[in-house]
Design a protein. Structure first.
Ligand SMILES: C[S@@+](CC[C@H](N)C(=O)[O-])C[C@H]1O[C@@H](n2cnc3c(N)ncnc32)[C@H](O)[C@@H]1O
Length: 277
């Protein structure tokens, strides 16, 4: 039987093509969250930084640019996501980074190695949230900071719910298991703060950050969502071609309400959480 760990790695490796194809749109949408996380860390020019579940490289690459005499390690479970990160780093001329493939709850680093750790939209996919948090705290030096982000409740994130609800009309989805990876698993207020506090972090603060997913048309919105959003891609795999076509038609019609001139801007809301070791 495939373990949750293996199925996550396989799923994210497969999603890496969509993430690379839609890089500009995804990075534009998530930029306010990355900026909020990085700004909360007081990055020094020689910062030693770890980005966990770095995927295609953010916010680790932003930290690397701000710390020209420092070093950034990008880690992820899925090597093909990190391959994209390496290509993005090269394209941006960033050389003070390295990548390591590993799971968040078993980090191959000595205690107190890093000045800061980021986890942008990774927490909800980890097998054991408390064990992963203990690992982040272990590798932080005393006084170092952990900054992460998760999605808040689905109703505040029409950028995914429009697609997910249309898919559910064709194939009703079982409620998510709270102990299994899922995009909204950490949406409850205080969920991540409680993990931080239990792991010994202090000065724990959380705040919400709005995002907007901007595409050039409803059809482009659907194309990118169906090629990179974990929740939508997994649900779509259960549908046959006619059902997929009905979903596409329904989503494109609904998202037209968000069109403004040459753009379609669909809103969402993330939560950032920072704490100090
Ligand atoms: C939504 S992406 C976020 C990527 C990037 N941080 C960003 O914000 O653009 C989630 C990432 O979590 C990674 N991931 C899932 N389970 C993981 C685990 N147990 N350990 C480390 N990374 C994991 C996936 O491979 C994927 O790259």
């Amino acid at each position: 039987m495939t373990s949750p760990f293996e199925s996550q790695r396989t799923a994210w490796d497969a999603l890496s093509t969509g993430w690379e194809k839609w890089d500009a749109v995804i990075m534009g949408q998530l930029a306010p969250v990355g900026a909020a996380l990085v700004d909360s860390l007081d990055i020094a020019e020689d910062q030693q930084h770890l980005d966990v579940a770095a995927g295609t490289g953010e916010p680790g690459l932003t930290v690397a640019r701000r710390a020209p005499k420092g070093h950034v390690v990008l880690t992820d479970l899925a090597p093909q996501m990190l391959d994209v990160a390496i290509r993005r780093a090269r394209a941006q001329g960033i050389t003070n980074v390295e990548t390591r493939t590993c799971s968040a709850d078993d980090l191959p680093f000595a205690d107190a190695t890093f000045d800061s750790v980021t986890v942008r939209f990774g927490y909800m996919f980890f097998p054991d949230l408390a064990r992963a948090t203990a690992e982040f705290v272990r590798v932080l030096r005393p006084g170092g900071r952990l900054a992460s982000s998760v999605w808040v409740r689905p109703e505040a994130n029409p950028w995914t719910t429009i697609a997910v609800q249309a898919i559910a009309k064709e194939a009703p989805q079982a409620p998510p298991d709270p102990d299994r990876p899922h995009m909204y698993r950490c949406a409850a207020p205080g969920c991540i703060s409680a993990l931080y506090t239990a792991a010994g972090l202090h000065d724990v603060v959380e705040w919400d950050v709005p995002v907007v997913l901007v595409t050039r048309s409803p059809a482009e919105y659907w194309a990118m969502i169906s090629e990179h959003v974990s929740l939508a891609v997994a649900a779509l795999q259960q549908l046959d071609e006619p059902a997929r076509a009905r979903v596409a038609e329904s989503v494109i019609a609904e998202v037209a309400a968000y069109a403004d001139g040459d753009e379609v801007g669909v809103p969402g809301m993330a939560r950032c959480i920072v704490g100090t070791r």
